[in-house]
Design a protein around this ligand. Structure first.
Ligand code: COA
Length: 366
């Protein structure tokens, strides 16, 4: 299937992992935000591969999950087989978005499972362990997403044993066990085997927090977000997390020193967007943009209460969408608590719709 090694890997096969953006943007001009994503193990990739001389065609493509890579080989699990490709015969390779699993536009056709897995990459816990397909996550209590079991797929153990295992893992990490389960909008938790088993063990929907009872995953098209205009306030997009940004972020939620920074900067790529008050020069609006093949994620969108309803959040999302459009990311996701009426109203106003929802199950404190 493959030819003899003839040359080393090209730049295309080893993309830069560092976003190049570190600039301010505003008005109608394009700031040229070219981002590159890493080919990381676990990504869905397409690999263009040189075929041996005499083959019918010069090259072929392999689409699947990248399961290993080193200087000599690239290993890909395709739908039908695991292929071990000689690195020197890899002509090009790139990350690709999760597959379409239902009809609809770019932000609608991804499955809820795949979107959950993608979003988890956009907000990485500090400690992670696999349990079959499940992912156990911990980050010193900083956010539910980074401190809960992502219960997607098969845990590879009978359900009760899988829950026992997860509870032990969290006890070892000195954290309470929390499970994140998802379903279509309005799903009934008792109808699913995992939450039903958790309820029997004394877990409750939402644990101690109303905001955890129902979290909406909303999606939209980057092309549908209104563009920046000459009148738009300037938005800064930094590849690096700055102290100023973190201090503004800290106004909306408490941070865990060291851990918050690790989670915020822990994805394959992210940008930190902000708007400053022109008078005081203080940051009054922030958001973090996660970067994926075909998708952008918005986290931590916040506007200072004194500056709301002046279009700042809309301008930040316009900047996110501009970067997304420039980098072949047609779809945008975000999570917003179902009890956050302002937040839901804001995203609906921008044309975003509910893709699915999730809830956390935890034992009440005490
Ligand atoms: C939600 C939030 C980010 C909106 O920021 P903002 O800068 O005030 O939003 P914008 O001025 O760009 O609003 C654009 C439109 O969204 C809608 N909208 C925004 N806030 C709204 C509210 N409180 N109630 C109803 N609609 C609202 C309106 O249609 C608004 O247009 P209008 O002002 O012309 O009526 C801000 O209220 C906030 O920081 N809330 C706390 C954090 C949060 O909830 N973040 C979102 C979680 S994903």
């Amino acid at each position: 299937m493959n030819g003899e090694p003839t040359h080393g890997p090209t730049d295309e096969t080893v993309p830069d992992t560092t976003p190049e953006t570190d600039s301010a943007t505003g008005g109608t001009g394009s700031a040229g935000h070219r981002l590159t994503a890493a080919l990381t193990v676990g990504s869905r990739v397409v690999v263009r591969y040189r075929l041996a001389e005499g083959s019918e065609s010069r090259a072929t493509d392999f689409l699947g999950e990248l399961v290993a890579r080193n200087d000599d080989f690239v290993v890909v699990d395709t739908k039908t087989e695991r292929v071990k490709l000689i690195r020197a015969d890899v002509l090009a390779a790139k990350d690709v978005p999760p597959p379409a699993s239902r009809p609809g536009r770019a932000h609608e056709r991804i499955s809820a499972d795949d979107l959950e897995l993608l979003m988890a990459k956009g907000w990485q816990a500090v400690d992670r362990a696999g349990l079959g397909d499940w992912v156990l996550r911990a980050a010193s209590g900083f956010t539910g997403r980074a401190n809960s079991v992502l219960a997607v797929g098969d845990p590879s153990l009978p359900l009760d044993k899988a829950i026992d295992y997860a509870e032990k893992w969290y006890a070892d990490h000195e954290r309470p066990p929390i499970f994140q389960v998802h379903g279509e909008q309005g799903f009934v938790v008792e109808d699913q085997p995992l939450p039903a088993a958790l309820l029997e063990r004394g877990y409750v929907v939402g644990g101690d927090f109303d905001s955890w009872r129902r979290v909406l995953v909303m999606t939209g098209l980057s092309a549908a977000v209104p563009p920046l205009t000459e009148e738009s306030v300037p938005v800064t997009a930094d590849a690096e997390l700055t102290m100023d940004w973190l201090m503004a972020y800290n106004e909306q939620r408490s941070v865990v020193p060291g851990v918050t920074e690790a989670v915020l900067t822990g994805s394959e790529g992210q940008l930190f967007l902000s708007v400053r008050d022109p008078g005081t020069r203080r940051i009054v609006a922030v958001a973090r943009m996660a970067i994926h093949p075909g998708w952008a994620g918005v986290f931590g969108l916040w506007v200072h209460p004194d500056h709301r309803r002046a279009g700042l959040a809309s301008t930040i999302v316009s900047a996110v969408a501009m970067v997304a459009r420039e980098n072949n990311m047609p779809a945008i996701y975000l999570q917003v608590s179902g009890d956050n009426e302002d937040g839901v109203a804001f995203w609906r106003d921008l044309g975003f719709t509910v893709h699915h929802e999730y809830t956390y199950l935890a034992r009440p404190a005490g």
